[in-house]
Ligand binder design. Sequence first.
Ligand SMILES: *Cc1c(COP(=O)(O)O)cnc(C)c1O
Length: 424
Amino acid sequence: MTYLNTIDFAKSLDEQDPLKAFRSKFFIPQHEGKDTVYFTGNSLGLQPKSTASYIQQELNDWAQYGVEGHFHAKHPWLSYHEIFPKLLSPIVGALEEELVVMNQLTVNLHLLMVSFYRPTQQRYKIICEAKAFPSDQYALESQVKFHGYAYEEAVVEVAPREGEHTIRLEDILSTVEQHRDSVALVLFGGVNYYTGQLFDMPTITQAAHKAGAICGFDLAHAAGNVELKLHDWEVDFACWCSYKYLNSGPGGVSGAFVHQKHIANDSLQRFAGWWGYKKADRFKMDKGFEPIPTAEGWQLSNAPVLSMAAHKASLDIFEEAGFDRLIAKGKLLSGYLHFVLNGINESQTAKAIEIITPTNEAERGCQVSMLMLKDGKQLFDELMRQGVIADWREPNVIRVAPVPLYNSFEDVWKFGNIISGLIG
Ligand SMILES: *Cc1c(COP(=O)(O)O)cnc(C)c1O
């Protein structure tokens, strides 16, 4: 694709976009009576216009049936969560039995580590990315402490090299190799939240397994953003939130994946609750926990139906759009953003922006992280005043994510036009 930085070109791409009708399925936040350029779908996805009616359905059923809604609601609450594996399976590349929607992301990370971080005297280390999302860092720290280790003793961080922003695959692989006798778990983000770097998950998984370790991923910034094949890659476990690219509302429910090879292994340690108990006998309330032999066996509590209704509203839109088509548009859209920003940079005598997200399409999703070389915060504040919703990360990074479901090529052009006005 040869791009041009003109509004007519952007509009013509929008015209040809097979997914253009999907933008009107979302509420676009307004600024002075006009649509904002909403580039923070990586942080909180927009609200589908259909969400209210999905939640209203459950409120109506609750009003009409009370407790009987567990059986008689349009989507009976007893089995409400069973709707999701089919909808999520094309998005994360998993078998239905490997998927469950429950709790929230950090909670699921802990629950899965209870099963999959089982340190022994010989193998106790966790290899992870340096500058992981803070919640993940705290989760790791508290997990290793829970098992009696100090952070520095048990957690090995792989960092970018001096003067670089992203982590080299070869450095991840050599770290795993170097700790091959002592590593218990390799745990990475699928896409780093700060730089937008997409890690080579199949290769990392292979390396972890070769070293005799378990491999898990936090897919908060990957689910709904990039192609995933968790089953085929033989990832052991993964979890993600639903409120970023998956548009399911603030604090929405999380998804979890446990590979087929582990789901029926009831010798795995886990923290259990009644909703993970084998379904036929759940209500007998017998002593002795017997897990459902699917990812559902990790559930603790009954389904939070109201937030799950919001999740369903969004996933039904993903199904209608088709995930392959979304990925294809996402690549064009972020390719266009890279083109526009690079053009602006080249027109400057001194470079004002350094893009720290990899340019290689195989190493990124929608997000572009811009390291601002001067007056970054001022520029960011000015963007917000001109109706761009972006995200500021200390000390000097602006993150933007044009997402294929509701962002347009015109959004990208507008953004570039505003930026060049500000730094020109
Ligand atoms: C957004 C995000 C979280 C947030 O965790 P919650 O439990 O949903 O509050 C955690 N980890 C990563 C990598 C994230 O991007």
